[in-house]
Design a protein around this ligand. Structure first.
Ligand code: KG4
Ligand code: ZN
Length: 337
């Protein structure tokens, strides 16, 4: 059984072909980084216009790479939210058109649920487990008991951690997208050089907060009152990154302890961070926790995770109506997540 996955929730146009829910036959991702770089962030109208230009060739390429034709596809899974509505409707409308023309059922997939599902393309995992989702728009911990069976344990009360990475990169003059650039320069910095406040670590709940940390970095840079040297910039990046990772680590440990689960899955763009991956690996060995983090290409936005999750809708015999709409936030969605 073959599922075509389509993802256009933000600034990546992506299409993938998945066989039997877990075999990745193709995963084409066209990034719009260069388009948005001069603006220091994603410009929604430019993003949706770019998706329109690219979607057809990206879908064709994904089929070609998988050596399969549209006639062989059994279901089309497309991200219907959360995300930028102008971007989402491009993928959604394209999926509907293919579905109508070729009489293939289509399914609306929740982007966050898809992120947490990406790991199943690489590993076999038994439920239940704790899911830590760290992306540009979300930072949350979930109790995950099965497909569509998720309980939110805690989430950010202000900025998402990816957002904090991007904003701090902007403060440091590193440009967009910032997370990857901080990761790079932090390797040359001293993570203990500056002790930034550890957000909400004293709180007993499982919520996060990253806006104060971003302000602390801004205040630190302003107090220096001069343009930053390379060493200063590297140290700030490394110290900031260490604070974020430490916070995510402590809260994840709390969640594992609370639910008494020995398994943790990390998903989303920030899971590509090298320091995060190393720190969680170390913790997993020390605390005897089974840790699962997808490979880099499956951490950031991609259609493979959408197709993998869509397979479950296919085997359940589900089909979305053509009236299915895009949604910006999960609270306004019809999705199970
Ligand atoms: O999951 P994702 O691709 O898109 C959303 O659903 O938001 O996550 C994007 C976020 C951005 O904030 C980006 O800066 C961050 O992931 N990111 C990273 C790294 N690679 C991407 N943050 C830290 N280190 C990285 N290596
Ligand atoms: Zn994402």
């Amino acid at each position: 059984m073959y599922v075509l996955g389509i993802e256009t929730s933000c600034d990546e146009t992506s299409a993938a072909v998945i066989k039997d829910g877990t075999q990745l036959l193709s995963n084409i991702v066209a990034s719009q980084d260069e388009l948005h770089e001069p603006y220091g962030g994603v410009v929604p109208e430019l993003a949706s216009r770019c998706h329109i230009e690219k979607i057809e060739s990206i879908v064709d390429l994904s089929l070609e790479k998988a050596s399969i034709s549209l006639e062989d596809i059994n279901g089309i899974a497309v991200t219907s939210g959360p995300g930028l509505v102008g971007s989402l409707v491009v993928g959604l409308s394209y999926a509907k058109a293919l579905s109508y023309a070729k009489k293939i059922p289509f399914y609306g997939v929740n982007h966050l649920e898809a992120h947490l599902h990406a790991i199943f393309l690489e590993k076999k995992i038994e439920y239940p487990f704790i899911g830590l989702l760290v992306s540009g728009g979300h930072t949350s911990l979930y109790d995950i008991r099965g497909v569509g069976n998720y309980t939110l344990l805690g989430s950010t009360v202000d900025d998402a951690c990816g957002e904090a990475f991007d904003k701090v990169a902007k403060i440091l003059g590193l440009g967009y997208p910032g997370g990857r650039k901080i990761d790079e320069i932090a390797k040359k910095g001293n993570a203990k050089a500056i002790l930034f406040p550890r957000p909400r670590l004293k709180e007993d709940d499982l919520n996060f907060s990253f806006s104060g940390l971003k302000t602390a970095v801004l205040n630190y840079c302003q107090k220096l009152g001069k343009s930053l040297s390379e060493v200063e910039r590297n140290d700030i990046a490394a110290s900031f990154q260490e604070t974020v990772v430490e916070t995510l680590l402590q809260k994840s440990l709390k969640a594992l302890e609370k639910m008494q689960y020995p398994k943790l899955v990390i998903a989303g763009g920030v899971a590509a961070n090298s320091r995060l991956r190393a720190a969680f690996q170390h913790m997993s060995k020390e605390k005897n926790i089974e840790l699962f983090i997808p490979s880099l290409k499956l951490c950031t936005d991609n259609a493979a995770m959408v197709g993998a999750l869509g397979y479950h809708y296919l085997v359940a015999g589900q089909k979305a109506p053509f009236s299915l709409n895009a949604y910006a936030t999960t609270s306004s969605s019809q999705a199970s997540f």
